[in-house]
Design a protein around this ligand. Structure first.
Ligand code: SER
Length: 870
């Protein structure tokens, strides 16, 4: 019987578990502590700190299946996805790792054993590659790997590969090393006889594909391009799960396996089209089947679509899928969200983050789809208008860019629609504008980073900040970076009281002080487990001993807001229900912001209850109960909630105040009473199904209430201290609107009277009536009077001049028939007359107005008007 995708995943993990590997869950897709990477793009990313020697090796052998996303940066497959049958945005990478433990021999032997014995892939379809060396890098041919492979596979199936294919690097800098890839030839026997598969390896042949990459990590690529040895040698293997399934299930496309068939079936059902009949339709279906996985899992891992960073990448992928559905499958209503159910059925058991958050994921996707479909139809309308104006059947590059930039209208869609209507798009012009935009963005964020200068041997920074605000510290290493032309120095200490940004809480600020110098620290962040302190000054004597001092009052205010966040989380679950889950948070010295899943607006009444519950817990003086040594399982058993999108170590820290218990690495008050007061300031929506609360605590909350109080006092005084302020304001408002009504009535009356008296000045001309008068009224009243007089006296021609508010204006009205008969144009006239009042204006042939700056010119304008008419 054919192995299913689920069986294959399980067998892979079982195999390596039996070889002493610890099986770990996939890390969340969105990376939080590495400025060089947005999403996990390889199974090894979550272990980068171990490769770099920044973290201790706790488990020398690990295996997993890791969700990866290759849609930005060095590894970007987005454009191929859908067009071929073996690249994906999101894919699972099966991996086994040795951290300073086994090396090439075992990695090669086990890979071969698993593929050919456990999965019974036929040996004569497999090829392997080894690194041929690179002169510029000074790296040698990988003889070792070659010799180990020779034991298992005939030498004529071992192929030398160059640096591009056989030297693996995660990014511009970081851990890297030579690699050996395993390729499989999935063509028919007949084709294999006709053309030897060896020549097709690494030639982009859709049936001769790489399935597994064994990387032998031994170098670190520095910022200056050089390679240095890593402290230990490691193995990093990565096998494309979807490709492996295809090889084992003997299919010609990844999409013909049970990983994708259920999704494609659902797309067929929704769209009414059949897969496998027409290439254009197939591509669209593959794009959608692929992209829905990327979108669903990224949202489940805590990244909502947005207008920048990782959120924007997701938004673009989703829009790509919507667009293919819209253009090729005639799907003009939201539909991708319906695929989440299928994903859940197929993958939810193994990836609980999806199962547990399915409703939220569906809601978010549906709203994104709906919004984008609206943009699409607006864009199509704008495009039609632009095409109507276009000259010589070419759409201007700038127009195309505006559509793309302002309305998110994809350029290939613009091209497609233009083509259908017989137009071309000026792509050169478009690219020019795109480049200007990209260059501007790049310059705004350009960072140049120098290599670390080591002062002392590397070690993990000891964090003492839970217990103390100061420490005696030594600099381990520092480096210079330049950002927006400003020099910034990053410092790593052996010991620090500075909290590094994490779990929503901002990094500490403070000072490093030695006998010779003071370095102000303006932020603290973690990067691949390096604890980095940011300052604008280069240390003069980095060898000195420094006193590290955290800014005390900011830290205390931040701690109050952090503990208040935990209490708020509990109160939300108690008042709104246990569906509430944290979706994001920000905690700093000024306020706290908490995003959570909830499907309707939180009512005023609920907000009051929530606030009251938090204040009750503050009043109860709940002491901090902290445990830094529990295992994740123990903590969960005690009721601590783990967050989706967070990566947890083997031991975790739990923070408890009464019934509130959370996994948290942040800084908290010693007793809930320290918070003094909690006040909600705002409740809004962030996305479909995600609400946001902003709140303040302690002295900020007290100051806020005092300010509100003095505002009320002032208000009361200005109303002459009424007994009931609200009643007084309401009665003033009632009185005001009654007065307004009265004034309106009087104004109308006055205007009517004025109109009557002005009407008396109308004079008879040759076949029409004429008026040129100064009428000091507001523009709206003048307009209505002008039309009323025109109706009474038609055919009529009149000029109404006003100096009201020292703002001169001219209004000309001419009966339509009269204007046509005499060939008069009020617009042209008003522009000529406008010069007298130093102004300009315009309008239609029968009605036009002008405003100006010189009220003294009114008389001349009146005279000039009479002259024109006569
Ligand atoms: N890091 C290697 C890759 O991504 C092997 O895991 O291909």
């Amino acid at each position: 019987m054919m192995l299913s995708a689920k069986d294959i995943r399980a067998k892979y993990l079982e195999y390596f578990e039996a070889k002493g590997h610890k099986i770990v869950p996939s890390a969340p897709l969105v990376i939080k502590n590495d400025p060089t990477l947005m999403f996990i793009n390889a199974g090894m990313n979550p272990f980068k700190d171990i490769f770099l020697g920044n973290s201790e090796i706790k488990n020398p052998r690990i295996a997993d299946t890791q969700k990866c996303l290759r849609v930005s940066g060095k590894h970007n497959d987005l454009d191929e996805v859908g067009y071929d049958t073996y690249h994906h945005t999101l894919f699972e990478m099966l991996g086994n790792w040795s951290f300073g433990d086994y090396f090439k021999e075992e990695a090669i032997e086990w890979a071969w054993d698993l593929l050919t014995n456990v999965f019974a892939l036929s040996k004569d379809r497999l090829y392997v590659t080894v690194f041929e060396g690179d002169q510029k890098d000074g790296t040698a041919f990988d003889q070792e790997a070659y010799d180990f492979w020779k034991k298992w596979i005939p030498e004529d199936r071992i192929i030398n590969g160059n640096k591009k294919d056989n030297f693996w690097e995660m990014g511009e800098v970081g851990p890297c090393g030579p690699c050996s890839e395993i390729h499989i030839d999935l063509r028919s026997d007949k084709e294999r006889k006709e053309v030897d598969g060896k020549g097709l390896v690494n030639e982009d042949h859709p049936q001769v594909i790489e399935i597994w990459n064994l990387v032998f990590m031994q170098f670190n690529r520095k910022a200056n391009g050089s390679l240095v040895d890593l402290p230990n040698k490691h193995v990093d293997t990565g096998m494309g799960f979807e490709r492996l399934v295809r090889a084992i299930q003997n299919k010609t496309s990844n999409y013909d396996t049970d990983v994708f068939i259920p999704i494609l079936n659902k797309i067929e059902e929704i769209s009414g089209f059949k897969y496998g009949k027409e290439e254009k339709i197939d591509i669209a279906m593959r794009v959608i089947a692929d992209h829905c996985r990327a979108i669903a899992f990224t949202i489940a891992d805590g990244q909502l679509p947005s207008n920048n960073g990782a959120g924007y990448v997701i938004r673009r992928i989703l829009r790509r899928a919507v667009r293919y559905g819209y253009t090729y499958l005639n799907l003009n209503e939201a539909f991708i969200y319906q695929l989440v159910e299928v994903l859940d059925q197929e993958m939810g058991a193994f990836f609980p983050e999806l199962k547990q958050q399915r409703t939220l994921v569906e809601k978010v996707i549906k709203e994104e789809e709906t919004t984008f479909l609206r943009t699409l139809s607006k864009g199509i309308q704008l495009l039609d208008e632009a095409l109507a104006k276009a000259k010589e059947k070419t759409l201007d590059g700038k127009e195309a860019f505006v559509l793309y930039d302002t309305f998110g209208f994809p350029i290939d869609l613009t091209q497609l629609i233009a083509q259908e209507k017989g137009f071309e798009v000026d792509m050169e012009g478009f690219q020019k504008y795109l480049k200007i935009q990209k260059d501007t963005a790049r310059n705004a964020t350009a960072i140049s980073t120098e290599d670390w200068i080591e002062i002392l041997p590397a070690q993990e920074t000891e964090f003492v900040g839970y217990d103390s605000l100061t420490s005696e510290s030594k600099i381990l290493s520092y480096r210079k970076t330049i950002q927006k032309k400003k020099e910034i120095y990053q410092i790593v200490l052996d010991k620090t009281p500075f909290y590094a940004e994490g779990g929503g809480q901002v990094g500490d600020k403070g000072m490093l002080v030695s006998d010779e110098e003071e370095l102000p620290i303006f932020d603290t962040k973690k990067e691949n487990n390096l604890w980095i302190h940011f300052t604008n000054k280069a240390p003069k004597n980095p060898q000195a001993t420094f006193k590290a001092v955290v800014h005390d009052s900011k830290r205390q205010a931040t701690a109050c807001n952090h503990t208040a966040t935990h209490l708020l989380h509990l109160a939300l679950r108690e008042v709104l229900g246990s569906h509430v889950e944290q979706k994001g948070s920000l905690v700093n010295a000024d306020y706290l912001r908490f995003d959570f899943s909830h499907f309707s607006k939180v009512t005023e009444d609920e907000l009051e209850q929530i606030e009251a519950k938090v204040n009750e817990m503050i009043l109860q003086s709940l002491p901090l109960q902290e445990d830094r040594t529990a295992t994740l399982l123990e903590a969960k058993a005690r009721g601590a909630m783990a967050l989706f999108g967070e990566k947890y170590g083997d031991t975790v820290r739990t923070i408890q105040f009464g019934d509130s218990i959370e996994l948290c690495g942040g800084i908290h008050v010693k007793n809930s009473a320290d918070i003094m007061l909690f006040k909600i300031k705002l409740e809004t929506s962030v996305a479909a199904g995600v609400r946001r609360i902003e709140a303040i605590s302690q002295t900020t909350a007290i100051a806020f209430l005092n300010k509100e109080k003095s505002l009320l006092d002032e208000l009361r005084q200005s109303l002459k201290n009424p007994k009931d302020l609200l009643k007084a304001v309401v009665s003033q408002q009632t009185e005001l609107s009654a007065l307004r009504k009265e004034v309106e009535g009087l104004k109308k009356e006055k205007a009517q009277q004025l109109e009557q008296s002005i009407n008396a000045s109308v004079i008879e001309k040759d076949g029409y009536k004429f008026l040129a008068e100064v009428v000091d009224l507001d523009p709206a009243s003048i307009k209505s009077m002008a039309f009323s007089l025109e109706r009474k006296n038609a055919p009529f021609c009149g000029l109404f001049a006003s100096k009201q508010g020292n703002k001169p204006s001219l209004t000309i009205v001419i009966s339509k028939d009269l204007a046509a008969e005499k060939d008069w144009n009020a617009g042209t006239m008003v522009r000529t007359l406008g010069k007298h009042i130093q102004g300009g204006g315009g309008g239609q042939a029968h009605f036009a107005t002008a405003g100006g700056k010189n009220p003294n010119g009114i008389e001349d304008a009146l005279k000039a008007f009479i002259e024109i008419v006569e």
